[in-house]
Design a protein around this ligand. Structure first.
Ligand code: TXA
Ligand code: MG
Length: 552
């Protein structure tokens, strides 16, 4: 099918174009329409066959209801909705036309196919003169989901729509870039208090002024567990997601920028506030607009997410505005794209993060115990790696992608096979490390951020190679004279001197740690003496961190 593009900027004078576009709707065809929020994929909402074609073109699940679009005339609302509460009239009075969808009870004239089988219907009056003229001319409400392929970021320009829909639909009305950029706010008025089902172009605060208390649906702020049903069926689907995994970093802009810079590797991408573009010049970067300008963030968020699909980045980090005003909607779209993988940079900035490393047999454990004794939390990074694999998240997917041969048919990693693939093969080993080091540090930080403890220790042999050191306030290495370590390893692991010696020679030497770490602690003397030394060093280093933090 050839997709006809209509350029309409002046609906009052381009009467023929409006009529031709409206004829597509009246004839049961699909027409992409501009609105102030995002482009919609429109059809006659009262025509079941036409509506079925919307689901087909988008690849949209049948149970995901469509919003119907009407002109700025309250009698249209009464035609399609029943038991309309007085609050709906107040909202329409104040906010029509605008980026607001109200969920109301459905009249029978609206087919169940349109509402995904629900007894309610989402209705909205878009703020776009061209689209309003088309609806009026067609004489029917237009059912329109966002015009993207299901799962992709919504379209904010006609070019985006062409990318996803060319050849599949009869026409596109090009009305320029969308002025709001995120979809409408959805408020369910069939319950008391009203529920916010999706934050969007109409700020929650504006609705609260009219409605009073509003309950925010759980699907807006978190990932639902399996079997949980959001009130807006569409909110349960993975959404807006570029191909690479996204991590959202919340918190003050300077904190999130710093954290992203520390986590970044060269093949990754960043979505940041305009002010921080220079910081990320070396990687693929897209602006989210100024940190002070949420409207510009809303206008750019989908564009930024979409743009990464033309790149080959392995992961994406995104800065995120706070939850007030349009920030709630922008943050929600980013977090959905991230599958709610979020790190709070402000919380982390308050913490004292230590990287602990050192020579085998030197007595790192004694220092870690001391950290726990004073109320700190220790992340055993090696053990965490295996936990992450078992959780089958980003790390698992990335490894499977890079080393498919190490995975059995049922998806389990065969550690021996992987070991053989990289053992003695420097190139493969470094490829493995690249994959692990790209995924692990952000997961470790996300875990640390969720902890209540202020003091956090990252226990890692490969503290520096992994990039974890960049996330630490201080790094400490534990060392001991070689003879002492030999004895310990022999006793601990029940091996002879020759094997213990071999193990030691295969590892880094003390000079390496002297060169890289902020502090070295040498384990000579008794365990008690070392514990006392560790306690002293720790309290000294913690003071140092606090001093630096208060001095900025
Ligand atoms: O700004 C917008 O709302 C855009 C433009 C084109 O108007 N449209 C849009 O539609 O975002 P769509 O289909 O991408 O998202 C509609 C959302 C889905 O999450 C759907 O589940 C929810 O609205 N929804 C629709 N009708 C509903 C109903 N009766 N009850 C609960 N949720 C409903
Ligand atoms: Mg959508």
């Amino acid at each position: 099918m050839e997709t006809k593009v209509f350029h309409i900027s002046d609906p009052e004078n381009q009467i023929e174009e409006i009529a031709a576009a409206a004829a597509i709707i009246a004839g049961g065809g699909l027409l992409a329409i501009p609105t102030e929020t995002v482009y919609g994929l429109g059809a006659n909402a009262l025509d079941e066959d036409a509506v079925r074609r919307i689901f087909e073109a988008k690849g949209r699940p049948q149970d995901n209801p469509l919003i119907i679009h009407v002109p700025n005339d309250i009698s249209w609302l009464e035609r399609y909705c029943k038991d309309v509460p007085e609050s709906a009239y107040r909202l329409a009075e104040k906010f029509w036309p605008g980026p607001l969808t109200m969920i109301l009870r459905r009249k029978d004239i609206v087919p169940l196919r349109t509402t995904g089988g629900l007894d309610t219907v989402g209705i909205r009056c878009p703020d776009h003169a061209v689209t309003e003229a088309i609806i009026k001319k067609a004489g029917v409400p237009i059912a329109a989901p966002s015009a993207n392929l299901s799962g992709r970021p919504s379209c904010t320009t006609a070019a985006h729509v062409l990318e996803d829909m060319e050849g599949k639909i009869a026409g596109i009305v090009d009305g320029g870039s969308c002025t709001v950029g995120v979809e409408s706010t959805i408020i369910d008025l069939t319950v008391t208090p009203p529920h916010l089902l999706r934050p969007g172009g109409m700020p929650l605060e504006a609705l609260e002024e009219v409605l009073g208390e509003i309950r925010v649906d759980k699907a807006v702020v978190s990932l639902l567990s399996e079997g949980e049903k959001p009130r807006a069926p569409g909110m349960k689907y993975r959404h807006y997601a570029p191909k690479a995994p996204v991590t959202v970093v919340t918190g003050k802009a300077e904190n999130s920028a710093k954290l992203i810079a520390a986590l970044l590797r060269k093949d990754m991408g960043v979505i940041c506030f305009e002010e921080y573009l220079p910081l990320f010049e070396e990687v693929e970067v897209r602006s989210l607009g100024s940190k002070e300008d949420k409207l510009s963030q809303a206008q750019q968020v989908f564009d930024a997410l979409r743009a990464f699909d033309e790149t080959s980045v392995s992961a994406i980090f995104a800065q995120c505005p706070d939850d007030t005003g349009l920030g709630l909607a922008v943050g929600n779209r980013l977090k959905k794209a991230a599958g709610f993988q979020v790190i709070d940079a402000d919380g982390l900035a308050e913490k004292e993060i230590f990287g602990i490393t050192g020579l085998t047999g030197a007595g790192k454990t004694t220092l870690l115990k001391e950290i726990e004794r004073v109320g700190g939390f220790v992340v055993d990074c090696d053990a965490f790696y295996y936990e992450e694999l078992a959780a089958k998240g980003d790390l698992y997917r990335a490894l499977k992608n890079a080393f498919p041969a190490a995975f059995s048919k049922d998806g389990a990693l065969d550690r021996a096979v992987l070991g053989n693939m990289v053992f003695g093969n420097e190139k493969e080993l470094s490829r493995l490390n690249d994959v692990i080091y790209a995924q692990l540090p952000k997961a470790i930080l996300a875990k640390a951020a969720q902890r209540s403890e202020t003091l956090i220790a990252l226990d890692a042999i490969n503290l520096f190679e992994s990039g974890l050191a960049a996330l630490c306030d201080r790094t400490i290495a534990v060392t001991a004279p070689e003879e002492v370590r030999l004895e310990r390893i022999m006793a601990r692991d029940g091996i002879d001197r020759e094997r213990a010696q071999k193990r030691i020679s295969a590892q880094k030497q003390e000079t390496y740690y002297r060169l890289h770490c902020d502090a070295i602690i040498e384990n000579v003397g008794s365990e008690q003496e070392f514990a006392a030394l560790a306690a002293k060093l720790l309290s000294h280093e913690r003071e140092e961190i606090r001093r630096r933090k208060t001095n900025g």
